[in-house]
Design a protein around this ligand. Sequence first.
Ligand code: DX5
Ligand code: ZN
Length: 220
Amino acid sequence: MAKTIIAPSTLPCPLTEMTDYLRVLGQAGAEWLHCDIMDGKFVKNKTFDDITLSLITKKTKMFIDVHLMVEQPHLLFQRYIRAGAQSISIHYEAYNSKLELIEVLKSMRALNIKAGLAIKPKTTIKEVSMFLPFIDVLLVMSVEPGAGGQPFILETLTKIMEAKKVRAEKGLNYIIEVDGGINADNARSVIGAGADALVCGSALYKAEDKTKYVSLLKGE
Ligand code: DX5
Ligand code: ZN
């Protein structure tokens, strides 16, 4: 069984503490840095942008996993790749045209980054099944995007199991990343349902011993 990827979110950490947090996360064995980017339009909150991200990515060796909660994310790909993004997840719900979304996903692979598709809690696997052959990461939101510190939506477990089943049926190999409300109490069931990567924001930020908490999340 492959080791579960732990992807701490940047969201709970104030920029003034970020350098220290990155160092601690690297030492704690977290593999991906989940960079939550919000534009204040697709979701009501706004976060730092690519300029700040380029300073953050210089301070870590973690894999840079950017979650764009923005409108028209394709307009930002070049900027976020220049800032260090190695994977970009865009929201299915940010596009009205299926054809446009397929072209956008293809363009991401042409840019040599991992193409990620994020889906909100109400979006079904069935609705996005035609896009699955074009992605490297399926980012399954277990909270409504826009804020950290929300409770894990339990129904997500069924969606994770379905994502895993469809992947096997279609012979695909996208990573199933789960995002929102993850903590040491629910990590095992999220992994058991089929998650390959766990995003963790507030629970990890608040943990006294980050190394211990990362091991707990991995089920070690
Ligand atoms: C929510 C973000 C999540 C969030 C995770 O819009 O996409 O990545 O920051 O934070 P927690 O783990 O606190 O739910
Ligand atoms: Zn996120």
